[in-house]
Ligand binder design. Structure first.
Ligand code: HEM
Length: 223
């Protein structure tokens, strides 16, 4: 098959995209209900959720979607999950080079990106950040919900940890959202999570090694 500038690169399947948006929505529901529970001055927010006790109930329902959504996603697409695990456990020289050039990119300056794989160095770091934040908030959150099943000393640690991890994960999610959607030149990566595919120009610039692999798998050759 001939290579074309209009080629698309399949990136995320339907299940991954649905899980991503469900996860995002449940995160913000958790954020707003959590904030209204934590800060007295934000308690009027509870009215939006039908009062303090409904806010607590909504926090727990959103928590189940937040926690079990990704697990369902893994069951629907185990291959995609193991691809991500393989990527984040294999670091190449180019990944570290990407992180060094990241600052140039962040401030919109010209930069040369070393050829990256399916996930670039920054995305690998992001998976660790969001992954640990997700696990930390989920574990401490379920302990807050069912403290009777764990040693009391552990449960007591989980209260401040849950409140501390909430702003940390929120900062990481906002950074991820900005870099993936609003940062100049990121629009194309938004296409991948919305529509499932990446343009050739973006794939070759941000993931040159992966783009080459996909081209050879799909039998697309330059003439
Ligand atoms: C699986 C995930 C989660 C579970 C199971 C969970 C569970 C809980 C529970 C049971 C409470 C106590 C509510 C009450 O007073 O009755 C709570 C409080 C809270 N949650 Fe979550 N939560 C989760 C995720 C999150 C996330 C993602 C955020 C924010 C981004 C968050 C922020 C908060 C905050 C700020 C509080 C108030 C803490 C306090 O009053 O000291 N939670 N959570």
């Amino acid at each position: 098959m001939a290579y074309s500038d209009n080629d698309r690169f399949p990136r995320f399947g339907k299940a991954a995209r649905v899980v991503h948006f469900t996860h995002l929505i449940s995160f913000f529901v958790l954020f707003f209900t959590g904030m209204s529970l934590y800060f007295n001055f934000l308690s009027p927010l509870n009215l939006l959720f039908g009062g303090a006790s409904s806010a607590k109930l909504i926090h727990r329902i959103a928590a189940c979607i937040f926690f079990f959504g990704p697990i369902l996603g893994i069951c629907l697409n185990p291959k995609g999950f193991f691809l991500v695990i393989r990527e984040i456990t294999h670091w190449r020289k180019e990944d570290f080079q990407f992180i060094v050039t990241f600052l140039h990119k962040f401030f919109g300056q010209p930069h040369e990106v070393a050829p990256q794989g399916y996930l670039n160095g920054g995305q690998k770091l992001n998976v660790y950040l969001l992954g640990f934040g997700f696990l930390g908030l989920s574990i401490t959150g379920f302990v807050l919900w069912f403290p009777q099943y764990v040693p009391i000393s552990f449960a007591l640690w989980c209260y401040p940890l849950h409140s501390l991890l909430a702003p940390c994960l929120t900062a990481a999610v906002l950074g991820h959202g900005y870099l993936g959607s609003f940062h100049p030149g990121s629009g194309a990566s938004w296409e991948a999570i919305w529509g499932g595919t990446l343009s050739r120009a973006f794939a070759e610039h941000h993931h040159a090694r992966w783009a080459q692999e996909v081209d050879s798998q799909l039998g697309r050759t330059r003439r």
